[in-house]
Design a protein around this ligand. Sequence first.
Ligand code: G3P
Ligand code: CA
Length: 282
Amino acid sequence: MKRKFTGIFLGTLVVLSVDVLTTEAESNVFTIAHRGDSYYAPEHTIAAFDLGLSRKSEVIELDLQMTKDKQIVAFHDPTLDRTTNGTGNVKDKTLKELKRLDAGSWFNEKYPKRANPAYVNQKIPTLDEVLKRYKGKARIFIEMKTPEKNKGMEEAVYKVLKRNGMLNASSYNNRSIVIESFSPQGLKKLQKLAPGLPMTYSVWNKEYKKLTDQELRNIRKYADMISIDYRETTQAKVNRLKRFGFTVMPYTVDKERDMKRMMKYGVHGIYSNNPQLLNSLR
Ligand code: G3P
Ligand code: CA
């Protein structure tokens, strides 16, 4: 109310921009808890995924890396240094070695105001552990990180999904599991192993700018969902992608103003490190 009143005195331009900020969301957008609730808990830990779900997010998102002994783990960086007390490459360690690491204390040190003793000694989860814990409780979006550098990742992911009963029509129809990647080759390879498995093509701004209509049609043959950088998301871009039949999901949106802007554009889902904030706006 106060904002609208101010707008009247400041002129049309201001009224329009304020309108964007004050419009009620009334949106069916779904929340994708990016790396779990990674604002309030250490990313890619059970604590972060549990928290993401406890506040009504429909989806948890996680990234995948592969260990030296070809185990698939929920982890973002290729190296351990930022989010554990270990060092070096994930791909040079065995799962047993990774399981000795503390993947939570760094968060308490970096964000003392959001610290929680329960985060100390959180472990790096395997994909298998994540599926067992959340299957049937949340939709799970899993991003294969650089499969071109992790030889055999697609096959290893396929085996874990199969073992957990995720490769069936019911799971596909409900979008209970969705595979994401910035690598079209990785997506196509996995879809050959598991035809019908839903896929999201993730695209950087630089790549998006080069995408012709024909290329978008080609992508639609293996992916009907697309994740795009919110910073260069416009109404025109959302409309274009919708015309090609994509489910449109901007990443990674953490500010209220940007969340409202994305909802106004009519995107389908939003990736956020702060799903609690997004859920409070929907
Ligand atoms: O799918 C989009 C999003 O997950 C990409 O961001 O955090 O994996 O680098 P990130
Ligand atoms: Ca990701």
